[in-house]
Write a protein that binds this ligand. Sequence first.
Ligand SMILES: *[C@@H]1O[C@H](CO)[C@@H](O)[C@H](O)[C@H]1NC(C)=O
Ligand SMILES: [Ca+2]
Length: 148
Amino acid sequence: MKVQALTALLFLLVAANEAKTMEKCELAKTLKSHGMDGFQGYKLGDWVCMAYHESKYNTKAVGPPNKDGSRDFGIFQINSKYWCKDGKHPSKNGCNKSCSSFTNDDIRDDIECCKKIVRDPKKMDAWVAWVKHCKGKDLSQWTRGCKL
Ligand SMILES: *[C@@H]1O[C@H](CO)[C@@H](O)[C@H](O)[C@H]1NC(C)=O
Ligand SMILES: [Ca+2]
């Protein structure tokens, strides 16, 4: 009985976790429909690769605190010091958004914020995981098999 209850709980947790995680091609398609293919010179694969390595496509991801106390929010791990308000720490709030709007399943505003971030001089270098895992790499796998 105990084991069954535990199994059921585990299943629910896994199911709940999956519900907030996007599929690769679903993300690629959404990004494309928002004009991200070629935006500021970056390919769709750059954005999909970045999202995978930042959040594993988890729209509700909240990163651990950075050295300055800020955190990174959502599928694109948008930083609370510069781009959104967490209500606790001072923020430049460059995207004029509450950070909690980057942890729901509607990623349209997250994408709009990415457009602001990538217009900054650092461009996609703002995403450490992108620099480490995606920059200058063959990105074809990130859109492979997707009907775009
Ligand atoms: C910021 O967002 C608020 C509410 O969504 C809006 O009323 C305001 O005009 C925005 N400010 C800027 C500078 O875009
Ligand atoms: Ca959102």
